[in-house]
Design a protein around this ligand. Sequence first.
Ligand code: PLP
Length: 292
Amino acid sequence: MSHISYVNGRYLPHAAASVHIEDRGFQFADGVYEVICFWKGKPIDYKPHIERLQRSLSELQIREPFSMKALTVVVREVVARNRLTTGHIYMQVNRGVASRAHYFPKASVKPSVIVVTKPVAGPSEAMAEKGAKVVTTPDIRWERVDIKSVSLLPNCLAKELSHKAGAYETFLTLPDGTVTEASASNAWMVTPDKTIVTHPADGSILSGITRSTILKLARGAGYKVEERPFTLTEAFAAKEVFVSGTTTFVMPIVQVDDRVIANGAPGTVALDLRARYRAYVDGVDAATAWDI
Ligand code: PLP
């Protein structure tokens, strides 16, 4: 008997059951899931699992793809087609397929749904009789923002805030007010005495490639540059604020929350760095550009 899985309205042989490469579950880990024990022909604690699924969806503002009754029909169909007696049911609902952008896609984008069964229960009775060991690791779920990982759900949630507010970016702040970076770019400010400041690449930001190039360009142009944390309060009082990134280049920021920065116009340093970065980009030598 072949293993059948459900993907977006279709019951397919497991090996052919795939999601699109622009699926946000794949691109951003932008989805939720449940695993339900299936024991001797019946799901265990089905209702609380479905309630937790609904809660997770609601917390992430992912709409329910269809009613939970309809989902149950699908789940039961997958169970029946696989003649599952004991094992588990895995289901995932994510925000759906859309051209890659951190902010949420249009409301018309249908959430993706997959349902998979596995005829395998938990660890063996033998293990339970003997007892098992554990090892330990610090709970850093998921603080490795220095890694350019596709685990971007927090970035997506942050970006959605600015998108909704008609803003370009969302600054990420720590409890002490430090601005680490933005949801998809690095954050900078220029102090009243014209020092350029950006958070150090110390593991608590993504070390932007554009950031590194701008640091070089700024230092080369004779600006005073400091890699140190700065707070939102400092940013409010700054002469200039800007962000940088591969698709952003240098973007002057004239307002942070409801606070207008300086006179509300793009600053001369940001505009100068944007021009210098643009000249740098134009000047990259095609003969060596692919060298690694
Ligand atoms: N910070 C975050 C969280 C990002 O996602 C990005 C780019 O996607 C950046 C900074 C800027 O990095 P880069 O200049 O390498 O594009």
